[in-house]
Design a protein around this ligand. Structure first.
Ligand code: 5AD
Ligand code: SF4
Length: 443
């Protein structure tokens, strides 16, 4: 098997940034084979569905998408249909039985096998499942800059997997144990990206604060940030996700002292009740969490905070829920991502009694979201008249308006700004606060 093959591919992606980035890597590999990107699944000869199983709803979406494979294969019997991502890892070869028109199942550690499998399936029409976990991390790097939302922003994987086993979460099972990539490999990748014109990198891992706990890493996360801060041509460094238990003074120091590290942290709280946090096995109390963010805000006054909240965890009483509401009102996050608890296969919480009805979960979710909407509105209104540094990420197709983000990760559309292009860093004055974005004018 060698040489280029002709044809087109289409990748449908569900879930988190890790999946977005894996899809970018798979696209680069398929292009390496000679395939070109198709505009729709109907036009593709290789179709990859990169799946998410973090909540039941995400998994349902995947199965309805897989249902469509039958009609796609009906139109094009030569189609190579592949399922990758967390549902692939969770279900393994069972998926081949469940989805008759599927050719391959590729687990989260096996995406580097994709090109070989595509060639094999095209030649031999085999049906294959590759879902082993590998202790190696070679497949984590991306040969070319990501072609994601903007050519000047790129993801960089610094860790994979998670060994925390929060009681509700499927990630340790679908992404395997926590592993860090070597610091030199990461620095080299970021240097390459910066040389190719990338201005902002987002370092990815399920728990980036644990970077350096593994000997392959070579340094701590705060030290890694220090090394990346010196990469020439790079303007900004972001990272996600941080675990509050592993968030310490050295990272606060790094965020406060390193010029390229942006003033934003995503620090999932999950619940404001100590009882629920314990049942979730999060490893911190609300007071410990509050002390950490107080120290952070003390050193870095305008820092933006975002979080994840789960409502309706088994046994969550009205009082527990009120503690979450109070925590949100006290902390005043810039933005939150909130979810109804969803039972996940294999997790320890699946066996817990006192499940909360969907009706109560829906009510609590609506309450949390209404509270946060008010807080976000207040932040956006309060931003009017302030000055911000924006990295231009692109130009809006319809209006021709440049847009970018503040260092605190807020989207800003820039008014009447001719001549701006992707990658420019400009100062703007905020003129209007909208629900999901801000409007600004170049100063
Ligand atoms: N139910 C609901 N939300 C969940 N999350 C993870 N697992 C579950 C689940 N079983 C949420 C957490 C996590 C985010 C990525 O998804 O809030 O931080
Ligand atoms: Fe899931 Fe907890 Fe790991 Fe986050 S830290 S991926 S919530 S197990």
């Amino acid at each position: 098997m060698n040489g280029l093959i002709e044809g087109t591919y289409y990748i449908e992606t569900y879930g988190c940034q890790m999946n977005d980035h894996d899809s970018e890597k798979m696209a680069a590999m398929l292009e390496g084979l000679g395939l070109t990107r198709a505009d729709s699944p109907e036009a593709a000869e290789v179709m990859v569905v990169n799946t998410c199983s973090i909540r039941e709803k995400a998994e349902h979406k995947v199965y309805s998408s897989l249902g469509r494979l039958k009609s796609l294969k009906g139109r094009n019997p030569g189609l190579v249909a592949v399922v990758a991502g967390c549902v692939a890892q969770q279900e393994k070869e069972r998926l081949l039985k469940r989805v008759p028109h599927l050719d391959a199942v590729i687990g989260t550690h096996c995406i580097a096998d994709l090109p070989g499998l595509v060639e094999q399936i095209r030649l031999e029409r085999d049906r294959v499942a590759r879902t082993g976990f590998s202790p190696r991390t070679e497949s984590l790097h991306l040969a070319a800059p990501s072609k994601g939302s903007s050519p000047v922003c790129s993801y960089v994987t610094i860790m994979q997997g998670c060994s925390n086993f929060c009681s509700y979460c499927v990630v340790p099972y679908t992404r395997g144990p926590e592993q860090s990539r070597n610091e030199h490999e990461i620095v080299e990748e970021v240097q390459r990206l910066a040389a190719a014109g990338v201005k902002e990198v987002t370092l990815l891992g399920q728990n980036v604060n644990a970077y350096g706990k593994h000997k392959e890493a070579g340094c701590s996360f705060a030290e890694l940030l220090g090394r990346l801060d010196r990469v020439e041509g790079l303007e900004r460094i972001r990272f996600t996700t941080s675990h509050p238990r592993d968030f310490h003074e050295d990272l606060i120091e790094a965020m406060a002292s390193l010029g390229k590290v942006c003033e934003h942290i995503h620090l999932p709280l999950q619940s404001g009740s100590d009882g629920i946090l314990k049942a979730m096995r999060r490893g911190y109390t609300l007071d410990e969490y509050l002390a950490k963010i107080a120290a952070l805000r003390d050193k870095l006054p305008g820092v933006a905070l975002t979080t994840d909240i789960i409502v309706g965890f088994p046994g969550e009483t009205d009082e527990d829920f009120q503690q979450t509401m109070e925590a949100l009102a006290t902390i005043r996050y810039d933005q939150i991502f909130s979810f109804k608890y969803s039972v996940r296969p294999g997790t320890s919480a699946r066996k817990l009694p006192h499940r909360i009805s969907d009706e109560v979960k829906a009510e609590r979710l609506a309450e949390v979201q209404a509270l946060q909407e008010r807080i976000t509105d207040e932040y956006h209104l309060g931003a009017v008249g302030t000055e911000e540094e924006i990295l231009i990420e692109g130009i809006r197709d319809r209006s021709g308006q440049p847009f970018g983000r503040t260092r605190t990760n807020k989207i800003v559309n820039v008014d009447a700004a001719e001549g701006l292009k992707e990658g420019d860093v400009v100062r703007v004055s905020i003129t209007k606060g909208l629900k999901h974005s801000l409007l600004g004018r170049v100063i």
